[in-house]
Design a protein around this ligand. Structure first.
Ligand code: KG4
Ligand code: ZN
Length: 375
């Protein structure tokens, strides 16, 4: 079954062709970073306008790279939520129009479910190459951690009429900022650039991650919930009214005049105290993400952890999660970086299983800004 996936929930316009939920024939992602960079965050109105401009050429490019015609596509899968409503609508309407025009099935996919399937897809592909390759065993606990989400789910699968049916149970989620959002806001405060996650990841290598000890966040109620706004404010208090703020202002002016800068340039414009602060902030986020996920795995009594979403690209998170997993005999799986950030292959893969389970969307399919996954 060839599924064409469409993703437009935030600031990436993406289309992909995936065969049988396991082989990526093409995955095209058009990033809007240059559009939003100067604002230090995604501007919803600009995002939907960009999606409108790009959706048609991106879908064409996905078909071209897959070397298939539109008439060969068996079904369409489109992200229906959660996300920016104007952005989501572009993908939903485009997917509906294609399915309707071709008389092919359409299915709506939850963006978070897509991120979870990114990990499964990654290892299915690896297994095609190398049958003995390790693959995730379900049930699992999954951490979806990105610019818009920080959520833990219990995921399991059962077979219905020979087709796997996935189900998800929310275990915890952020009560304020998402982890990626915290990276982006701290990078903005320190005038390091946008998006902040990958920049802090690369700069932190030059800082001392234990220079600043941020207290652990204790959550009242559900201990598997997250909160990152306090950490972001703690960084703000360390900067405001100090040399670090003067330095950040100077860096902001330099960056504006310099245009595109390399990490080496940026590092040369950062004091050791700034690098230490960035590294310590990253360590605090990573420790928090790992500890709560391990606690969730213990509570749910699973041996498998899946990590996905843009922040899953973070090199410290990958390294320390792998170490923690080894120490506890847990299997921890990440997608490759291109499948960690927003893409449409994960939507096509998630959609494939829904289609196999008999799910179909009709003309009522619409976008949902808020769209909880699981019950
Ligand atoms: O999954 P994604 O592409 O979009 C959302 O659904 O939000 O994630 C984007 C987020 C941004 O906040 C970005 O700063 C963060 O992922 N990110 C990272 C890294 N690469 C991307 N955060 C930390 N370290 C990274 N290497
Ligand atoms: Zn995402």
């Amino acid at each position: 079954m060839l599924v064409l996936g469409i993703e437009s929930s935030c600031d990436e316009t993406a289309a992909a062709v995936v065969e049988d939920g396991a082989r990526i024939l093409s995955s095209v992602v058009a990033s809007q970073v240059p559009t939003h960079e100067k604002y230090g965050g995604v501007v919803p109105e600009l995002a939907s306008r960009e999606h409108l401009r790009k959706i048609s050429p991106i879908v064409d490019e996905a078909l071209r790279q897959a070397a298939v015609g539109l008439e060969e596509i068996d079904a369409f899968a489109v992200t229906e939520g959660p996300g920016l409503i104007g952005s989501l609508l572009v993908g939903v309407v485009y997917g509906k129009a294609l399915a309707r025009a071709l008389g092919k099935p359409l299915v709506g996919v939850n963006h978070l479910e897509g991120h979870i399937h990114a990990v499964l897809l990654e290892y299915k592909m690896a297994q095609r190459e190398e049958p003995a390759a390790e693959t995730p065993e379900l049930p699992a606990v999954t951490l979806v951690v990105s610019g818009g989400h920080t959520s833990l789910f219990f995921v399991e699968t059962r077979s219905r009429n020979g087709a796997p049916v996935f189900s998800y149970r929310p275990l915890g989620q952020t009560r304020d900022d998402a982890a990626g959002e915290a990276f982006d806001k701290v990078a903005k405060l320190l005038a390091l650039g946008y998006p902040g996650g990958p920049i802090i990841d690369r700069l932190a290598v030059f800082g001392n991650a234990h220079a600043v000890e941020f207290g652990r966040v204790k959550m009242k109620g559900n201990p598997l919930d997250f909160s990152f706004s306090g950490l972001k404010t703690a960084v703000l208090y360390r900067v405001r009214g100090t040399e670090l703020a003067i330095e950040a202002d100077a860096r902001r002016a330099w960056r504006k005049a310099a245009g595109r800068v390399t990490i080496d340039d940026l590092r040369a414009h950062c004091s050791q105290a700034t690098l230490d602060l960035a590294a310590s902030f990253q360590q605090a986020v990573v420790t928090d993400l790992i500890e709560r996920t391990l606690a969730a795995a213990e509570t749910a009594r699973v041996q498998t952890i899946l990590v996905s979403g843009g922040v899953a690209c973070n090199s410290l998170l990958r390294r320390q999660f792998a170490q923690a997993g080894r120490a506890r005999a847990l299997q921890v799986f990440f997608p490759s970086p291109v499948l960690s950030t927003d893409n449409a292959a994960m939507i096509a893969a998630a959609g494939y299983y829904k289609l196999r389970a008999g799910q179909r969307a009709d003309h009522h399919l619409t976008a949902h800004a808020s769209f909880p996954l699981g019950t």
